[in-house]
Each structure stands twice: as structure tokens, then as C-alpha cells.
Write a protein that binds this ligand. Structure first.
Ligand code: B12
Ligand code: SF4
Length: 457
């Protein structure tokens, strides 16, 4: 059985390892006999749908499995069409966030045979066994398929013992370019836990990875880092968890292990930590263990919007954590959202003011998008505010929802550009940002972002 796993073509600037496919590949190789697993990252390698057809002709896979965020799903469906047009017997599968949230919508395309919801290492391996053998798909968890024109969605099971999963297969995925904000290269992402219990209305993470947090043991994580050091010569690692510091003791133990095992690698948390989970002893310990940068999710400088987002941050705590980060020479970044549906111009001005008022070195200031799978998406849909909008291609650089206090989206876009320029064009921020991002790949990444966020109409 020959399986091809695919990251589809798209125009995103995020060229990073599709870690979910890395996990699926290593699990398949470990558990399924007589299997050949191949990988194609169309985004990284500049493969469009036409070239994708050539790869299919050459490789002749039995199964094509494609990962898709909502912004990639149209492209993923097109990949299925291409595969079927080369050989109609190829089995097409889509997994990832969009398949989790919109399984019926994807399966209504006749070129898509199966979808998988949520984390599917175990389920996909079971599926391949069934394909080889009795094709009793009712025995496979997380799967969705068509039976006599009806859509069947099997119950979801998430892997509970993360230490039992083999590490993502980097030999298979290969090298990825240096992205902006990354200090050392090569770097690799690490997932130390999955799941998030918080209810933030704009986020769909909890629906994908579950509300209950499942964690790997510190020893298991250290083993992966050691292997990446040995085999891939990594010079740093980055933690991609939804909520890395949620369990204080676990984070503390992990840092102890890094120190005890003399890992000696710089690392960072680019994904947005919650300030309530951080305090001085922990920040100090993380710094001693090699941490050089943290991103924190602030989102809004307005208390009312904090409530509406169900984020409810204490602004004093935000300031305390950013100040502590500076004290320990950790590069602090804040995430901010502009244009939440209940927001007024005054709320946005508060956020802009806060972004500049905190001693942050970086800010990701994004326009609000109702992400498919999030609570606010469902609310807006119920209110009929998404009608006629193309939510598949919703981009953080282009607003789709008019906040309550605005007359037109152009006004919001203007405020967004202003927020980015006012944050970055400051002597405290700009020189450090430039000096840190001088490699060719980083400049390419930054140029793609400038075009998207500052020059798009
Ligand atoms: C780390 C992360 C990133 C990283 C890396 C993503 C990557 N390449 O894997 C970066 C920073 C690049 C990123 C970028 C974006 N992200 Co992001 N990201 C995450 C985060 C926090 C964790 C993802 C993760 O590693 N999960 C763990 C692994 C094991 O799971 P996984 O990758 O989903 O794969 C599993 C399953 O989905 C499934 N699966 C996946 N693919 C396939 C394929 C097949 C064939 C099968 C059978 C199964 C399968 O099995 C895998 C193994 O268990 C999630 C939140 C979350 N809890 O998932 C948001 C999340 C997925 N991201 C989100 C978004 C919106 C984005 C962006 C679109 C944002 C933007 N600015 O444009 C971009 C898209 C970039 C792109 N087109 O590649 C949304 C997705 C919403 C949606 N409806 O699509 C999420 C849910 C967060 C949120 N805000 O709600 N992201
Ligand atoms: S934004 Fe962060 S804390 Fe909030 S639900 Fe999403 S992952 Fe959890």
C-alpha cells in the first residue's frame, strides 16, 4: 500500500512543518506492515495543482491524504480532484481543522472519499488496515464517509497516552526555511501537550484538541529533543502547545530535565501563553533552561471586549509578566486582535495604546476573523451575519465582519495599518527587529507579511 501525505498549495506565508502529518507518518510506519509513506509539501516546494498531477502520475499512490486548515480546504479538494483525474481508483482523504469542523461540507464533494476528524494517528492507521483487508469502516474511529449517499460520521477518540505516539517524522518532512523571529537555525517545533480548557470565543483550538489537557512526560519530550539534536542538528526548538505553561509543576519539571540532561539549546514559545500561568520563579527557571522569547495572548486593551471574548485578562498581571520577561532578558511579544464584532473605535484605540504602552519587543496585531470552529463563528452564523461571505478564504489581513461601532471595513483596515506602523516604527522596537531578521528566508517571510498586511487593499 502506497500512501501520499500532502500539505496543499496555498498562498500563506507560514511555511512550517505540518507536524500533524509528521505524526501520522511515523505512526503508520510503526504500526502498519507493507506500507510505503511519501510526503509532499506543495506550499514549501512551490508545487501548484498542475505539478501536483505530475507527482501523482509518477508516484502512483493508492491513498492520498491531505491536511487542511479552513483557508486551505478549497485547494485540498482540488488536490483530490486532480488525484482522481489521474487515476479514479486513488482513495482520497482530507484531515485537519476544516475536516473536523465541516465534515459534511467536505464529503459533499464527490472527489473526496473520506475525512478524519480531530487527531487521527491511531484512526488513520486502523483505516489503512481496513482498506487493505475487509473495508469495515464502521470499526474506525474519527472517520467520515458516504454510505448510499448518506454521510456517516464515526465517534471521535483522541489519543490519551501521548508518550505512546512515535515522534513526528522529520526525516520524512525535511528542512523548513528560517522564519522571522526565529533566532537560530535549524529549528524544530515540539508539541509537549494537547488540549486547552479555556473558553476564548475567537479560538477553535479546544474543539480540535479537546478541553482536557493531555501531556507528555518530561523524559519523553527530552528524548525527542535529543534525537532532533543528533539527527537534524537543531540549534533551537519552539513549543507549539495551545497552553504550554498551564500546569506549573509540569513546566517546572520540564525545565529541570533540560538543565539536568544538559540539553543546552535555546528555545521559545511563539504560540501565546496565558499570563495567569506565569510568575517570577517560573519565568526565571525557564530562562535558566534556555528560553529566549515568549508570546502572550493579550488580544484587547478594552475590559468590555475581554469579557465578550471570554478571555477576562487582568491588565495588571499582563504588565507584570511583560515587565518580568524584560527583567530576565526574554524577548516579549503580544498578540492583539482588532475588529471583534462588538468592538467600537474607542475599544480599538485602547488596544493600540496598550500594545505601545507595554514594554513589548514584538506585536502580532491581526484583524478579527470568525474562525470556523470557534464559538463566535457559531454566534455570528446564528445572527445571519456570515451570509454571502467566503469564510474559507478569510484572512487576518482582510476584515469580513463590520464591528458594531463602524460604518465601513476600510476604516477598520486603516486603523489596523496604523496600529502595526505605530508599534513597529519606534526606536525601542525597529532596530532590534531588523537586526534579528537578516537572513534571506526571514526577509522573504517579512516581505510576504508586509505585502499582505500593509500593502493589500
Ligand atoms: C501550532 C499551530 C500553528 C502553527 C503550525 C501549524 C502546522 N503546520 O501544523 C502555525 C504557526 C504555522 C499555524 C498557522 C496557522 N494557523 Co494554527 N494552530 C496551531 C495550533 C496551536 C496547534 C496545531 C498542532 O500542532 N496540533 C497538533 C497536531 C498533532 O495536530 P494537527 O496538526 O491538527 O494534526 C492532527 C489532526 O488534525 C489530524 N490531521 C491533520 N491533517 C491530517 C491529514 C490526514 C490525511 C488525516 C487522516 C488526519 C489529519 O491528525 C493529526 C495528528 O493527530 C492549533 C490549535 C490546535 N489545538 O490544533 C492552531 C490552529 C489549527 N491554527 C489555526 C489557524 C487559523 C491558523 C492560520 C490560518 C492563521 C493565519 N494567520 O493565517 C495559519 C495557517 C497556516 C497554514 N496554511 O499552514 C486555527 C484553525 C482554524 C481553522 N478552522 O482552520 C487553530 C485551530 C487555532 C485557532 N486560532 O482557532 N498554526
Ligand atoms: S486562545 Fe489560547 S487560551 Fe484561549 S482557548 Fe485558544 S488556545 Fe486556549
Amino acid at each position: 500500500m502506497r500512501v501520499l501525505l500532502v500539505k496543499p498549495p496555498s498562498n500563506t506565508h507560514f511555511v512550517m512543518p505540518p507536524i500533524g502529518l509528521g505524526y501520522i507518518a511515523s505512526y503508520l510506519k510503526k504500526k502498519v506492515e507493507d506500507i510505503e509513506v511519501h510526503f509532499l509539501d506543495c506550499l514549501r516546494d512551490g508545487i501548484n495543482h498542475q505539478k501536483f498531477a505530475d507527482h501523482i502520475r509518477e508516484l502512483k499512490p493508492d491513498v492520498v491524504g491531505i491536511t487542511a486548515f479552513s483557508v486551505e480546504v478549497d485547494s485540498a479538494i482540488r488536490c483530490c480532484q486532480v488525484a482522481k483525474s489521474v487515476a479514479s481508483k486513488i482513495v482520497t482523504v482530507i484531515g485537519g481543522p476544516h475536516a473536523t469542523f465541516m465534515p459534511e461540507e467536505i464529503l459533499s464533494n464527490e472527489q473526496v472519499d473520506f475525512i478524519f476528524r480531530n487527531e487521527a494517528e491511531i484512526a488513520f492507521a486502523e483505516f489503512i488496515e481496513e482498506l487493505k483487508d475487509s473495508r469495515r469502516f464502521e470499526r474506525v474511529s474519527n472517520i467520515g464517509y458516504k454510505v448510499d449517499g448518506r454521510i456517516q460520521l464515526n465517534p471521535v477518540q483522541l489519543p490519551q497516552e501521548l508518550d505512546d505516539l512515535p515522534f513526528p517524522d522529520y526525516e520524512f518532512m525535511g528542512l523548513y526555511p528560517k522564519t522571522y523571529k526565529m533566532k537560530h537555525y535549524p529549528s524544530a517545533p515540539i508539541l509537549t501537550s494537547r488540549g486547552c480548557p479555556f473558553p476564548c470565543t475567537y479560538c477553535s483550538g479546544g474543539k480540535l484538541s479537546g478541553k482536557k489537557v493531555r501531556s507528555r512526560s518530561p523524559q519523553n519530550i527530552i528524548n525527542e529533543i535529543k534525537l532532533l539534536k543528533k539527527n537534524n542538528n537543531i540549534k533551537e526548538f519552539e513549543i507549539w502547545d495551545d497552553n504550554f505553561t498551564l500546569n506549573r509543576k509540569r513546566t517546572d519539571d520540564f525545565c529541570d530535565f533540560l538543565l539536568k540532561e544538559k540539553i543546552n539549546l535555546p528555545w521559545w514559545c511563539p504560540n501565546g501563553l496565558r499570563v495567569e500561568t506565569l510568575d517570577e520563579p517560573l519565568i526565571k527557571k525557564m530562562k535558566e533552561a534556555g528560553l529566549y522569547a515568549i508570546a502572550i495572548g493579550v488580544e484587547s486593551g478594552s475590559e468590555k471586549i475581554q469579557k465578550d471574548m471570554k478571555k477576562n485578562l487582568d491588565f495588571e498581571k499582563v504588565r507584570e509578566v511583560v515587565t518580568l520577561g524584560n527583567k530576565y532578558r526574554i524577548r516579549m511579544e503580544g498578540f492583539f486582535i482588532l475588529g471583534y464584532p462588538t468592538e467600537t473605535r474607542e475599544d480599538i484605540l485602547k488596544t493600540i495604546k496598550m500594545s505601545k504602552g507595554l514594554p513589548l519587543k514584538r506585536a502580532s496585531i491581526l484583524l478579527f476573523q470568525p474562525l470556523i470552529g470557534s464559538e463566535i463563528y457559531d454566534t455570528l452564523k446564528k445572527e445571519g451575519r456570515l451570509e454571502g461571505l467566503d469564510m474559507h478564504n478569510a484572512e487576518y489581513s482582510n476584515p469580513t465582519i463590520l464591528p458594531q461601532g463602524f460604518n465601513d471595513l476600510a476604516e477598520l483596515k486603516k486603523l489596523h495599518k496604523r496600529a502595526i506602523l505605530e508599534f513597529y516604527l519606534r526606536p525601542k522596537v525597529l532596530p532590534g527587529f531588523i537586526l534579528e531578521n537578516l537572513s534571506r528566508d526571514q526577509l522573504k517571510h517579512i516581505w510576504a507579511m508586509i505585502k499582505k498586511y500593509l500593502f493589500s487593499r
